[in-house]
Write a protein of this length. Structure first.
Ligand code: F6R
Ligand code: ZN
Length: 185
C-alpha cells in the first residue's frame, strides 16, 4: 500500500475517508448500571450514544489502526454516556487516546485488578499500557471527540467488560462529576 492522508475535523470528529460505526443505547444497554433507565430511553427513540470512524488500514501486525470517537452528551440514570469498553484481544498491545474536543473520563482496569480514571480534555494524550482495559465517558455538555492510535492487530474483547463492568462508575451527583464504587462489583 502507499502512504496517504486522512483529514480529521476537530469540531465534528469526522475522519475522512473513514468507515463509520454507530452505537445506540440498545447496543450498549448492558454496560449501564441502570438497565431500566436504558430500556426507557430505547422506547423513547433509542438515541445514538457514540460513533467511531476508522481509517482504512489492514488489521495486520506492523500497521497502526487509527480512528476518531465521538461521544454525544447525555446520561442514563445519573451515569454519563459511555463506550462499551474492552480489553485488546492481544493483551500485550497499548493505545493512545488524544482528546480533540470536550470533557471526558477514561476508566481503565488492568488484568491485575488495578483501576485508574484519567481526565480527558482538549490536548490530553492518555497512554493506555498493555494489559489495561479501557472505556470512555462524556462528562460535558458538548461532544467529546478523541483520536485513537493502536496496533492494527490488537483486536477487541468486549465480553469481559460486558460481564463484569468496572470497579468504579462515573456519575453526576449534585451537578458534579463523581467517581463512586460500582455496587455490582
Ligand atoms: C480501539 C479503541 C477505540 C475504541 C472506541 C470505541 O482499540 O480503544 O478506538 O474502539 O473508542 O470504544 P469501544 O470499542 O469500547 O466501543
Ligand atoms: Zn482499545
Amino acid at each position: 500500500m502507499k502512504p496517504y492522508n486522512v483529514v480529521i475535523n476537530f469540531e465534528s470528529g469526522t475522519l475522512d475517508p473513514g468507515k463509520r460505526i454507530i452505537r445506540k443505547v440498545s447496543d450498549v444497554k448492558n454496560m449501564f448500571y441502570d438497565t431500566q433507565a436504558a430500556e426507557e430511553l430505547i422506547q423513547k427513540g433509542d438515541p445514538m450514544v457514540y460513533e467511531v470512524i476508522y481509517a482504512d488500514v489492514p488489521e495486520e501486525q506492523g500497521h497502526l489502526g487509527h480512528c476518531t470517537t465521538i461521544i454525544y452528551p447525555g446520561k442514563i440514570g445519573n451515569e454519563y454516556f459511555l463506550t462499551k469498553g474492552h480489553y485488546h484481544e492481544k493483551l500485550s498491545t497499548a493505545e493512545i487516546y488524544f482528546c480533540l474536543r470536550g470533557q471526558g473520563r477514561l476508566i481503565m482496569e488492568s488484568t491485575d485488578g488495578d483501576c485508574e480514571v484519567l481526565e480527558m480534555f482538549p490536548g490530553s494524550a492518555s497512554y493506555i499500557p498493555p494489559n489495561w482495559s479501557h472505556r470512555t465517558m462524556n462528562v460535558g455538555k458538548e461532544l467529546l471527540v478523541f483520536y485513537c492510535i493502536f496496533p492494527a492487530d490488537a483486536g477487541h474483547d468486549y465480553a469481559t467488560i460486558e460481564e463484569q463492568g468496572y470497579p468504579k462508575l462515573v456519575v453526576e451527583i449534585d451537578g458534579k462529576v463523581t467517581v463512586i464504587d460500582n455496587p455490582k462489583r
